[in-house]
Design a protein around this ligand. Structure first.
Ligand code: ATP
Ligand code: MG
Length: 394
């Protein structure tokens, strides 16, 4: 960027403002979440100012700060700014300095927001004066309707800000305002996206992963850890429960007819996950199921699987197709982790033709052949718990 280096990030949030009555609580949460996302970076003050948040960059690198804040749910967009006093003189000086060497890609416009109504000039006048200055300095044309570039000016109670760079971020609601949920995290593409979508709705995420060590290798565990570390970027460190599921599966294989096995695996996962969720204080499970994607994800099967759970099962991807889900995974950085081949526990002992319409009475009969309570207890007793912190290295 030409001229002076940016020194402030101005953060806008959207949906929070709609939560009338709880606004302060939401803002407080967002501020705390932004501070924790920036932990370890040499930033200056991070404050709320009349409907915006201000992050003073201090010695921190602007791109790093933008990257961190971009995934904090509740942050709708960011302006990378140069701050100055809220006077017309100071604005003109700042804009002149920024105009040095500035070459907009075509036409431009100046967009002014006068948040502090004590400022003596109205927004259109500020815009036209600063626009004239920029036009003279750069030779670029002004186009108010269809500009190629926009110069943003905000006049607030904490000073004025000029920006040549706006970044649209994840939006949504600040984490914890939506409660706490447990994501069933496989190493696949879908479940991390399901978790991220609930994160955006303000849910604090914990995760549970079922693996088949020692029947299979531990590649899926490693992926679950890496995926959890991406989800953790948008919140605080998350709890990851690692459940050895091979013994449950082999007992099902011994006693249960082939077509019903997948549904029974899933029902066992639900039972174990509900217990772990309760332990974490989570109020719902989240899965990456999407209607019709595979044989186990038909309406009748989803119903039979869900009936083993004792808390709500949220399926944020239920109406999305694989392409949409994959795009979202790419955008959030989970895709590359998910596509690494592993040995998913569900590939172990899976029949060629699973039931697509499991019936409740058949499932109950099949489950009477195994010792459900003992298997759940054994799996829980052997479950390992880890705390996974955000990983920004990738
Ligand atoms: P994914 O891409 O998330 O693995 P999928 O399309 O492969 O999903 P399934 O294998 O039928 O679908 O799994 C459906 C859902 O069940 C997953 O999205 C996930 O929430 C949960 N699940 C499946 N396997 C596991 C596992 N090993 N550990 C934890 N959850 C799992
Ligand atoms: Mg899977």
């Amino acid at each position: 960027m030409p001229g002076p280096d940016p020194d402030t990030i101005l953060v806008h949030y959207s949906e929070i403002a709609l939560k009338l009555g709880h606004r302060e609580q939401f803002e407080g949460r967002l501020l705390a979440n932004m501070r924790s996302a920036l932990e370890g970076l040499p930033v200056g003050e991070v404050n709320a100012v009349y409907g915006r948040m201000l992050v003073r960059l201090g010695d921190a690198d602007a791109d790093t700060v933008v990257r961190r804040l971009s995934v904090v749910p509740g942050v709708a967009n960011l302006l990378v700014c140069v701050a100055c006093e809220a006077t017309m003189d100071a604005l003109e000086n700042t804009v002149s300095a920024m105009a040095e060497g500035w070459k907009p890609a075509g036409s431009f416009r100046v967009q002014v927001k006068r948040g502090d109504k004590r400022f003596p000039l109205e927004s259109p006048e500020v815009a036209s004066r600063l626009g004239a200055l920029l036009k003279a300095a750069s030779g670029a044309g002004v186009n108010l309707r269809n500009a190629d570039e926009t110069v943003f000016v905000e006049i607030t109670h904490a000073g004025a800000f000029v920006s040549l760079r706006k970044v649209d971020t994840c939006g949504g609601l600040p984490v914890t305002t939506g409660g706490r949920v447990l994501v069933l995290l496989s190493g696949g593409i879908d479940s991390p996206v399901a978790g991220l979508r609930m994160l955006r709705r303000g849910c604090r995420i914990d995760a549970i992963h079922f693996h088949s060590v020692p029947y299979l290798n531990d590649a899926s565990i490693d992926k679950a850890r890496q995926l959890a570390a991406v989800i953790a970027r948008g919140q605080m460190p998350l709890n990851l429960a690692l459940v050895a599921f091979g013994d449950v599966q082999s007992e099902i294989v011994r006693f249960v007819p082939r077509p019903l096995r997948v549904v029974l695996y899933r029902r066992m996962m639900m039972r174990i996950a509900c217990k772990v969720a309760t332990r974490f204080g989570a109020g719902a499970l989240v899965t990456g199921e999407s209607l019709g994607q595979v044989a186990s994800q038909t309406l009748p099967n989803l119903g039979v699987i869900e009936s083993a759970a004792t808390m709500p099962v949220l399926r944020p991807l239920v109406g999305m197709d694989k392409l949409e889900i994959s795009r979202y995974a790419q955008k959030w950085g989970t895709y590359e982790i998910s596509i690494v081949p592993d040995q998913d526990c569900c590939t172990l002992f899976v029949p060629k033709h699973p039931a697509t319409a499991a019936k409740a009475n058949e499932v109950a009969a099949a489950e009477s052949l195994i010792d459900v309570a003992r298997l759940v207890e054994q799996a829980l007793a052997a479950t390992e718990f880890e705390k996974i912190a955000a990983d920004w290295s990738a």
